[in-house]
Design a protein around this ligand. Structure first.
Ligand SMILES: [Zn+2]
Length: 324
């Protein structure tokens, strides 16, 4: 077996079969302290693909941080074929303040691919593209729902691309949603750079959601196994429902929200999903399903204004109910 070349990141050289922790300089805080993006490199002893996993592009999305750390705790570069670049926190500024955005209110996930001379968000995106994405064939971007909402663990990806679909199926989430890429997202910039990018959406922001973390750890391990980077003896991927269309049911009235549906429930069109009451308990409106399908997201906040998103329903490609 020919010996493998070392992996270079920043100014660090990682030898085959070794791991390294690297701090990529991002910017200085106003106090002068250096902010850096932490990266762990697992450079496998043998040749294979290079893959990245990242979390906290939105600083308040913490499930992915835990997923990355649990996956890393199980891997050994001496037995790996390929290289894993793990970035548990991309939006380092938002992460330390529990904020989705950067200090200038920019959304990092609308700032890709970024530039070296742009806004802070743009510079951060540029560092991630240059130091991480440019090396990789595959990337997994870990997110949670935003605001006070929660998501059924799902992969959002271009399911029309056979290689992307194959990896999404290998991940084995609770459902898969075909989604076009949005401008400025890591998924779009990474795809344009030639990588296959899976976006995992699961659980709530600012919380550790057990199901989201466990499904995410298993999913990443299955993708690494599928790419033959790291062996895993966990359960095979389940066959999961697929959707190409989803929509939020919104509040018809402002008031106190009582929801009677949970993530993963199957609902029929016009089914009662809950009630909106006023602050004294008087019934104002019934919340009804706008379509039949699978509940893939819901609000966790029991107060809402007219128009607020309450329940996210995905129409399924076939009428098979998900395995419960
Ligand atoms: Zn996010």
């Amino acid at each position: 077996m020919a010996s493998r070349a070392p992996f270079m990141i920043g100014t660090t050289e990682v030898k085959p079969g070794r791991r390294a922790h690297v701090e990529l300089p991002v910017s200085r805080l106003i106090t002068g302290a250096q902010m850096s993006m932490p990266v762990t490199v697992f450079h496998g002893a043998q040749d294979g693909p290079t893959v990245w996993i990242n979390a906290a592009i939105h600083g308040d999305e913490l499930n992915g941080v835990e997923i990355v750390n649990r996956v890393l705790s199980e891997l050994d570069p001496k037995t790996m074929r390929g290289t894993l670049l793990a970035v548990p926190v991309v939006n380092v500024h938002g992460f330390i303040t529990g904020d989705r955005y950067l200090p200038d209110r920019r959304d990092l996930n609308r700032s890709f691919p970024g530039s070296a001379k742009g806004s802070l968000a743009s510079r951060l995106a540029n560092i991630f593209m240059t130091e991480i994405v440019s090396h990789c064939e595959v990337g997994i971007d870990l997110h949670t729902a935003s605001d006070n909402r929660t998501n059924l663990p799902q992969i959002r990806a271009n399911l029309d691309d056979p290689r992307t679909r194959e990896l999404a199926e290998a991940f084995g989430p609770r459902m898969m949603l075909h989604a076009k890429t949005q401008r400025g997202t890591l998924r779009q910039a990474g795809t344009k750079a030639g990588a296959i990018v899976l976006l995992y959406e699961a659980g709530e922001p600012l919380r550790f959601t057990t199901d989201a973390i466990e499904t995410g750890v298993e999913g990443v391990r299955r993708v690494l196994q599928h790419l033959d980077i790291a062996d895993w003896d966990g359960p095979p991927a389940p066959v999961v429902p697929v959707s190409r269309s989803s929509r939020w049911v919104r509040a018809s009235r402002s008031g106190v929200i009582r929801l009677d549906v949970e993530l993963g429930d199957m609902v029929e069109a016009k089914q009662d999903l809950g009630t909106i009451i006023d602050a004294f308990g008087k019934r104002l409106s019934t919340i009804r399903a706008s379509r039949s399908g699978l509940v893939i997201g819901r609000t966790m906040f029991p107060l809402g204004n007219q128009g607020d998103a309450l329940v996210h329903i995905a129409s399924l490609e076939d009428e098979n109910s998900p395995a419960s």
